[in-house]
Design a binder for this molecule. Structure first.
Ligand SMILES: [Zn+2]
Length: 316
């Protein structure tokens, strides 16, 4: 049903899935840059199409709204929410004989800015397993939210400038909504601001926010992409990274920030296992995660293997 060509390809439809190099026909699960290329023709959700075109200019796309199957290239294709960022989608492909679910980046838990993930059953599961190690059992979401708000409030009380570093697409909007809902005055980096406009055009409420143009007045919290505004670093800044990697004590040092808060838009270790159980596949292929996760799935009785290479070895 599929083959590997330095990336996942659905054979019958010759459809490349999340390729980083230009393809005649590609499915894009979401608009993070490590999933994009200037394809000749791209299938994706309408939200992802808007973000893809914001990032890479106007390109031909075919809209695949959630839960609206189409017959295409000899396959039946259906997208489901992946809970990762605006427009993020899982892809279910059926050829009348077998079904394959590709998760892309996903999260099962609640998000402030993306619909909750839905997992259909499938014969074959291709799962993105970034946090496939028991060290990445994330604390309850509310705990991370409280930690973020406490750090920002503490910095403001001390007369310092809180700066939250978060990926411009997804995490930055999540952080903005959390902080705005808690009553903080938020200024967004211009890149974050432009992407947030796409969120709002699809009805996602982010709360009161402004665009950062020049040095801010006291009292604001800034939401910026990772490592932004480092050239003009001030002595009274407090830098906070919002990332699932915060579970690793080295992350604060690696990212060069004062604090790291474990607010993630990826499934943690337990959610990965839960996802596999819910899809109940005959075979599981793991991408992006540690090799050890494949072994843990096999110990749990699943027919699991690594798909493609390289897998993540660096952190474990
Ligand atoms: Zn992503």
């Amino acid at each position: 049903m599929f083959h590997w060509d330095r990336g996942l390809k659905l054979t019958r439809a010759d459809l490349a899935v999340d390729f980083r190099r230009r393809q005649p026909r590609a499915f894009i699960s979401h608009a993070h840059r490590d999933h994009l290329a200037r394809h000749e023709y791209a299938l994706c959700t309408p939200e992802t199409a808007a973000l893809y075109q914001l990032r890479l200019g106007r390109r031909p796309t075919l809209a695949l709204p959630y839960r609206a199957p189409i017959e295409w290239g000899g396959l039946r294709l259906t997208t489901y929410p992946a809970g990762h960022c605006l427009g993020s989608a899982m892809l279910l492909a059926e050829d009348g004989d077998q079904s394959l679910l590709y998760t892309g980046d996903f999260k099962l838990g609640e998000s402030a800015t993306a619909p909750r993930a839905e997992l259909p059953r499938a014969d074959i599961l291709v799962i993105e397993s970034t946090y496939g190690h028991p060290a990445y059992r994330l604390p309850p979401r509310q705990q991370a939210i409280d930690q973020l708000c406490d750090l920002v409030a503490g910095a403001l009380r001390a007369g310092a400038q809180p700066i939250v570093e978060a990926y411009a697409l997804g995490k930055a909007q999540e952080v903005t909504r959390i902080l705005a809902s808690a009553g903080f005055a938020v200024l967004q980096h211009p890149e974050v601001f432009e992407i947030s406009r796409v969120y709002e055009s699809f009805g996602v409420v982010l709360g009161c926010r402004g665009r950062l143009d020049g040095p801010p007045e006291p009292g604001y919290v800034l939401v910026v992409p990772p490592r932004a505004l480092r050239d003009s670093r001030e002595a009274n800044e407090v830098r906070i990274a919002a990332t699932g990697w915060a579970m690793d004590a080295r992350t604060r040092w690696r990212l060069g920030v004062d604090h790291a808060v474990p607010l993630s838009d990826h499934a943690d270790y337990d959610e990965l296992f839960e996802a596999v159980g819910r899809v109940s596949p005959r075979r599981v292929y793991c991408t992006h995660g540690p090799e050890s996760f494949v072994g843990r799935l096999q110990e749990a009785g699943f027919d699991a293997r690594v798909l493609g290479s390289p897998v993540q070895r660096r952190l474990f």
